[in-house]
Design a protein. Structure first.
Length: 424
């Protein structure tokens, strides 16, 4: 039987005495361990890691005695060995199953072939065994994607979608200061994806708002009815005509939206991954990324770094667009937003393929707002902020665009519905 006790013991020791637990838990699962004691220890530590009691669990393992290590080896060499032995055991099990089927002449050969292919593909396509793609397959897929101009997510802003398209495998961050309107523009983008001509399938992980607020904003954006009439109907009752419009838009949502698109409440990275695997969306939108439930023993900055890395890996692994809303620091109010102000971690700047920054200075509750000079595409000055009057305008800064230039798009803002639309 394929098994290396020393490597399994080395992994358990590394979990207790080294800082590599996040990487180890990403690479291995309990089923990879052959030794019963190693498997039980790994399961216990992994459960403690996910529940936020990892340090206490490690201390108990150390107190009871770490497993003996015949030879201390690199933790990643040990992980690699454990993983490879697990693959070999799985392949050996499949071979034995096929051998038994071949000896049973009551089974049609088509069933034997189908069973073997299914089991083998499951092993080869699992997270523990990645194989390079074939060149001819890559070329065919590339040609198909070029012809189809395949986009996984549209912003609904034509100029932005032409110059900074968000495609499968991209990781986009849309950041703004609190109360500027990042959730509102996220709703606009959802509507453009679900109701637009391409009708992309997506999942909205709404950690920031509840179901009532989300649907209220959507119908307000779709209908033009004031948002206050949905959220405070006692003081702002609807007319019969507005009630009819609301029902029409609810029927449209039921007809044209994906069957499962809305996930409310606190989510973990594992929740997001499982939903992707079950629903196979073309994109996901998370509102907002800093409140994803994820534990890191190194503090909040490391926690956000791990979230960023994991979301980027999901985009590439599943071939979808991952779009997240993020907060900027409150202490950055007053001037034009910058990437460096994304709250909590510079990892987003490194991992993201796109970074959009929403600037609406009228929303800032400060007396020190600095004047911005934005220009339209005819190079005419557009006032986004006036000291003594409302302009109801904003700017979306495309501050990182891996496949093209950086630029900005001026937007109109409707305070009744909180909807954003192109200035031109």
């Amino acid at each position: 039987m394929h098994f290396d006790e020393n490597s399994e013991n080395n992994v358990i020791v590394a979990l207790c005495v080294s800082p590599h637990a996040p990487q180890i838990f990403r690479e291995l699962v309990a089923d990879d361990f052959y030794g019963n004691q190693s498997r039980r220890r790994f399961e216990w530590l992994q459960e403690a890691y996910q529940s936020g009691t990892f340090n206490e669990a490690k201390a108990r393992v150390v107190e009871r005695g770490l497993p003996e290590v015949a030879e201390q080896i690199s933790v990643f060499d040990a992980v690699h060995t454990v993983r490879n032995h697990a693959i070999r055991r799985k392949m050996e099990e499949v071979a034995e199953e096929v051998r038994l089927l071949c000896n049973d002449y009551s089974k049609p050969i088509s069933e034997v072939q189908t069973n073997f292919k299914k089991k083998a593909v499951e092993i080869m396509d699992s997270r523990v065994c990645k194989t390079p793609s074939e060149t001819k397959d890559d070329i065919q897929q590339f040609q198909a994607e070029i012809v189809n101009d395949n986009r996984a997510f549209v912003t609904g802003l034509p100029f932005v979608d032409r110059r900074a398209p968000v495609q499968p495998g991209d990781f986009a961050v849309l950041a703004a200061r609190p109360s500027v309107g990042k959730s509102a523009i996220g709703i606009d983008m959802l509507l453009n994806n679900f109701l637009g001509p391409e009708k992309h399938r997506g999942i909205y992980f709404c950690i920031e708002m509840d179901r009532k607020q989300t649907y209220a904003r959507m119908i307000s954006h779709m209908s033009g009815i004031s948002l206050s009439k949905f959220l405070n109907i006692r003081d702002y009752p609807m007319t019969p005509e507005e009630n009819d419009v609301m029902r029409e838009n609810l029927e449209r949502i039921e007809k044209d939206f994906p069957d499962k698109w809305f996930q409310q409440g606190v989510v973990t990275l594992e929740d997001i991954r499982q939903n992707i695997e079950l629903e196979r969306p073309e994109f996901i939108l998370v509102d907002y990324v800093q409140v994803i439930n994820h534990y890191s023993r190194h503090g909040d900055r490391e926690r956000l770094s791990e979230i960023s890395i994991e979301l980027r890996q999901m985009a590439l692994e599943y071939g979808i667009a991952v779009v997240v809303l993020a907060q900027l620091n409150r202490d950055a109010e007053g001037g034009m937003p910058t990437i460096a102000q994304i709250k909590g971690s510079g990892q987003f700047e490194q991992d993201a393929t796109h970074i959009f920054l929403l600037d609406r200075p009228e929303s800032e509750r400060t007396t020190s707002v600095k004047k911005r000079n934005y220009y339209d595409r005819q190079n005419q000055l557009v006032e986004v902020y006036l000291e003594n009057a409302k302009t109801n305008r904003a700017a979306l800064l495309i501050s990182k665009n891996r496949n093209g230039p950086t630029f900005y798009e001026i937007l109109n803002f409707n305070p009744r519905t909180t909807a954003f639309t192109p200035y031109e």
